[in-house]
Each structure stands twice: as structure tokens, then as C-alpha cells.
Design a protein around this ligand. Sequence first.
Ligand code: ADP
Ligand code: ZN
Length: 347
Amino acid sequence: LEIIHIETPGSRSEVRIGEEWRRVAHLIPERGIAIITDENVFAIYGNNFPSSPVFVLPPGERSKQLSTIEDLAGKMLESGIDRSGFVLGIGGGVVCDIAGFLASVYMRGIRCGYVSTTLLSQVDASTGGKNGVDLGGVKNVIGTIRQPEFVICDPEMLLTLPAEEYLSGLAEMIKTAIIGDSDLFRMLEDHHGEVLRRDTGLLEMLVSRSVRFKAKVVIEDENEKGLRRILNFGHTFGHAVETALSVRHGFAIASGMALAAEFSVEKGLCGIDDATRINRLLQLYGYDKIPDVSPSRIEELVRHDKKKSGDDIWFVFITGIGQAVFRKVPVNEVIDFYKRFSVKPQG
Ligand code: ADP
Ligand code: ZN
């Protein structure tokens, strides 16, 4: 068990990696708890949930709506949960986003904690306190930043994840390696077989390293005024690809990272050898390199990016494996790069 502490102004949070998830019973109050989960997680793990009211959502992004929050708040009122209550999210990114947002607005804010059940949420979504719901197809329009009291990451729970969900999360771990941890990158290269076999001992170590890096970034810049932006590496193109092709987040981010690495080389920021290593690692895990999306569609989607300010966009480049920088770049330049890139014959 490794506990990573995240202290930000006004809150303390801990990510507990390698803890058996049933031990969550020791971390929550005795009464006044609402458990939020989804149907898939409930079907597999529901029998062992702590005894409290459980609200089970349909799985998937479609549950991330304001109406879900209203609905759940109504049910919590009916269950008599007051300001001393506690919201426990048991699930992936979707469940934890909803649980965290609900806890931050119910009665102007009550306590919350998560059992994080997907690789994506363990390495990314559950650390950092971002939560929220979508609006009219645009992701996370309404939400808050609020740290949960704890996040349990039990690698055993990852064994039941569908393969594509596992690989989607793995891409976000690769992102962490590229922007901040070259040793992690090397481990992902060297232990490819064990990673794909989901060796739980190895996973505990890899998840720990990923969370440690993210925690460091979040402690320094909780509200994304600066450093936290580097976590968006691969996400400018990635988000556009995700929307255009409706693929899982990580798969879209993987092609976004390949593009961003190439763009970094073109800008003279990163050597070709590092970009090649990145491409090789992405290929090793089976991610597609070139997204099949037209430049005009990419243009339309990038122009709607939330991270845009005026005609510029904060774009994250790398200067090598384990090192990222962000720069304000004219949107046109980003689009032009994609146009050039997408006509180049790919090897
Ligand atoms: P993410 O964490 O990728 O944002 P979701 O919360 O949507 O994603 O979870 C992805 C899918 O995996 C959902 O269908 C969810 O029900 C399912 N799921 C979550 N955790 C597990 C698990 N430990 N075992 C099996 N399926 C799971
Ligand atoms: Zn992401």
C-alpha cells in the first residue's frame, strides 16, 4: 500500500494505491452515506459494498448530465442525508465525476471519497479533483474542482475491466511517462508483456508512479493557471479525434500524442529519436497512429476547444521523453500542421 498525499489550499486528499477496496468501510462514516456506482460495477462488486443506500447509474458518458445530479440529490434528500453526509463513488471516471460534483453542490458541499475502478480513473481522473457533467455534447461544461478525501486504487479491480477500457487507461499512463517520467516510459517499454497481462504487482508500481507525478503537478497548480496544462499533452488533437470518431478517450489521446510529438519535432523542440521511441511504444501497445479524420473536421473541432483563448491555443509540446512545455500557438498553425501531416505518407 502506498499513500500519496495531496494538500492544496483548503483541502487534503490521499490516494491509496494497492489497498484492498473493501477496506473502504474503514474510511467512511458510520451513517449518512450515499454510494454512487454504475450497473456494470454493481453487477461485479455490488455484493461486497458497505451497507448503505446505493444509487446505480446506467454506465457510460450519457449519465454525465445535470439531470442525473438533480435526480441523485432528490434521492439523497429522501434517504435523509444531510450536511454531515458522505458521497462514496465506486466506479470509473464517469461515476467519480458525478459523485464528486454531487458532493460539491449537495447542501453546498458534503464530504466524498472514491473507489476508482478503471485504469483511466486510477491514473488520471480521480487525482486532481476535477469533476463535472456535460452539456449539449460538450464535455465537462459544468463542474467544480474539489479534492475527494481519499481515492482507493485497487489493482485487482482492473482484472475485470474490458480490454478496450484497460488500453484506454494505459494511454493516459503513457502520457504521464512522456511528459514527466522517463523511467516509467522505460518500464512500459521493457515490461510490455506483463503490462498487457495486467500483472497486479507491476500495475501497483506503475499506477503509483503515475499518480505521484500527477499529484506533484496538481499541488503546484490546482486551478490550471500554468503547469497543470502539461497534463493536456496529446489532448488538443486527441479531443478532436475523440469527438470525430467516437473512440474511447485513451485511443484518441494516443493518436493526439503521436501528432503532438511530431509537431514538437517540427518545431525544433524535440529530437527525432525521442519521437520515434514514442511512436514505437504506441505501436507496441497497438494504438493507431493516424486518425482518419479530415483536416476540415479537425479544424472545426479544434476551434471549439475549451483551452483556446482568442485565436491562440495552449499547446503542449515535448522537449524529450519525460519533459513537456506549453506554448501559446495560433490555432491556424496547429491546423496547418495537421494538414501537412495528414497528407504525408505514413510509414
Ligand atoms: P472511464 O474511467 O474510462 O472514464 P467509465 O466510468 O465510463 O470510464 O467506465 C468505463 C466502463 O467500464 C463502464 O462501462 C464501466 O461500467 C466499466 N467498468 C468500470 N470499472 C470496471 C471494473 N473494475 N470491471 C469491469 N468493468 C468496469
Ligand atoms: Zn485525458
